[in-house]
Design a protein around this ligand. Structure first.
Ligand SMILES: [Mn+2]
Length: 409
C-alpha cells in the first residue's frame, strides 16, 4: 500500500526516524537513509523539525493561526517534500540486520569488495569433537541472540561500525571498521550430516576464503576440535605459531596424537596441530588441569595459569618464534566457572574476564595475528545474557588491538 502524501493543515507530521544528523559548521546535515539524500539545514529549520519529534499538525504547531507563518509553513512543506518529515503511516524503520555481537550481518559476497571486510566473524555450530558436555553447537546462537546490548554506530552506506568507547583510552576502540557476521560455516544439522572430517574441511575452506580476501577470520564455536580446520586454512604459510588459552592442554584424550581427522577430539587436537608441517611452535597459556606436553615436546610451551599471569607474554615466546604469524585459540573454560558458566568442562580456579582481557590485549599488541577462535561456549538460559555480553567484550577488545596493528602495517 502506498500511503498518500498530502501536505495539509490536518496532516500529522513526524520526524522521519531514518534520518541521521551531523554537524557541519553552523549547519546540520540531515541524511535521509530512505532516499540516500543529504540535506543541510540551519539552526532555525532544525528547531522547527525537532518540534515534530512527536506527531504534530500545522494547527498544533501554530495554535493562534498560520497567517503570518507562511515562511515556516513553506519550510515544513519543503521538509515534507524531502521526506525528512513523514506522515505517521509512512514511518518505516528498516534496521540493518544484526548478528554475532550485534554486528551487521553480511553475505560472504562482501569479501569480493576490496577492503570492505577487515574482520569476518563466522559461527561454527559444531560439536562432534566434544566428548563430555553437549551444547557447544549452540555457542554462535548465544552470541547472536543475547549480545544485542553491544552498542554500535553503523554507517548506512558501508556498514562499517564505530563504537565501544574505552574509558581508559578515552576513545572508541573501533572507528569505521568493516566487521561483519558472515554467518555460520554451515548449519548445525548440515555439519552433523557431513561428519567430522568433512566439517573440519568446510571450516578450512571458509577460513581460507576469508583470509584470502585480506580479512581477519574470527570463529565462534563450537567445540575446540574446530581449531584443526581453522589452522589448516593457513597451510600456505611456511611457518606459523599457535597461542592457545585453555584450562586444559588438550593433549591427551583417546589418542594423544590422533593420526586422522576422524580421531580428533576437543581434548587431543593439540597433538594433531603439533604434527602439521608448518606449525613451528605452540604456546599454551592459562593451564590448570591435565598434563604438560611441553615436558615431552620442545616445540610446545605449556604455561600454568600462575605463570601466565606473572610474566609478560612476550617473554613466554622464545626469541626464535617471536616473528611468526600466530593463530590464537581461546577455550573459554580458561575463565573461572563463576565468570563463564556457559561451558562444558569446568575447572575451578580460573581467570577472571579482566585477566583474560589483559592477556589477550598483550597478545594482540606483541604478535602478528592471522586468525582467532573463541570456543566451547554452550547455552544456558540462566546465564546466556551475561555470557554473551562478557564474551563479546573479550572478543571485541582483542580484535580492536589486532585491527589496529594490521591497519598500522
Ligand atoms: Mn580446550
Amino acid at each position: 500500500m502506498t500511503p498518500t502524501r498530502v501536505f495539509s493543515p490536518e496532516t500529522p507530521l513526524i520526524l522521519n526516524p531514518n534520518v541521521v544528523r551531523r554537524r557541519v559548521g553552523d549547519e546540520t546535515e540531515l541524511w535521509n537513509l530512505d532516499t540516500g539524500l543529504r540535506f543541510r539545514v540551519d539552526a532555525e529549520t532544525l528547531a522547527l523539525l525537532d518540534r515534530c519529534a512527536a506527531p504534530a499538525t500545522l494547527a498544533s504547531l501554530f495554535p493562534a493561526a498560520t497567517a503570518g507563518r507562511e515562511e515556516e509553513v513553506g519550510v515544513l512543506r519543503e521538509l515534507f517534500k524531502r521526506r525528512l518529515l513523514v506522515t505517521g503511516d509512512e514511518v518505516s524503520v528498516a534496521p540493518v540486520e544484526r548478528g554475532l555481537m550485534n554486528l551487521p550481518v553480511a553475505s560472504p559476497r562482501r569479501l569480493a569488495i576490496p577492503g570492505a571486510v577487515e574482520v569476518g566473524l563466522l559461527g561454527v555450530p559444531f560439536e562432534q569433537g566434544g566428548l563430555t558436555a553437549p551444547g557447544a553447537r549452540l555457542g554462535p546462537d548465544v552470541l547472536r541472540r543475547c549480545a544485542w546490548s553491544v552498542d554500535w554506530r553503523v554507517d548506512p552506506d558501508t556498514l562499517r561500525v564505530s563504537g565501544l568507547y574505552d574509558l581508559d583510552e578515552e576513545r572508541d576502540l573501533f572507528e569505521r571498521v568493516g566487521m561483519f557476521d558472515l554467518g555460520d560455516v554451515a548449519s548445525a544439522g548440515e555439519l552433523a550430516q557431513l561428519g567430522k572430517p568433512a566439517s573440519l574441511a568446510a571450516v578450512q575452506n571458509v577460513v581460507q576464503y576469508v583470509a584470502a580476501a585480506g580479512a581477519l577470520p574470527v570463529l565462534i564455536g563450537g567445540d575446540h576440535s574446530l581449531t584443526v580446520g581453522a589452522v589448516a586454512a593457513f597451510d600456505a604459510l611456511p611457518r606459523m605459531g599457535i597461542i592457545q588459552l585453555d584450562a586444559h592442554s588438550d593433549y591427551s584424550g583417546p589418542a594423544a596424537e590422533p593420526p586422522t581427522l576422524a580421531e580428533v577430539f576437543h581434548n587431543n587436537f593439540v597433538g594433531y596441530l603439533r604434527r602439521m608441517p608448518n606449525v613451528a611452535f605452540i604456546l599454551q597459556l592459562g593451564l590448570r588441569a591435565g598434563d604438560e606436553p611441553s615436558r615431552r615436546h620442545p616445540d610446545v610451551r605449556s604455561c600454568s595459569l600462575r605463570r601466565t599471569l606473572s610474566s609478560p607474554i612476550a617473554r613466554l615466546i622464545p626469541p626464535e618464534f617471536s616473528e611468526l604469524p600466530y593463530y590464537v585459540t581461546v577455550d573459554l573454560d580458561v575463565l573461572d566457572p563463576l565468570y563463564m558458566p556457559n561451558t562444558g568442562c569446568f575447572e575451578p580456579g580460573g581467570m577472571s574476564d579482566r585477566e583474560l582481557n589483559a592477556v589477550l590485549a598483550e597478545i594482540g599488541d606483541v604478535v602478528e595475528v592471522v586468525g582467532a577462535d573463541f570456543v566451547e561456549i554452550t547455552a544456558d538460559p540462566l546465564h546466556d545474557q551475561r555470557t554473551a555480553v562478557m564474551v563479546s567484550n573479550l572478543i571485541l577488545r582483542f580484535v580492536a588491538r589486532v585491527v589496529r596493528r594490521r591497519r598500522g602495517r
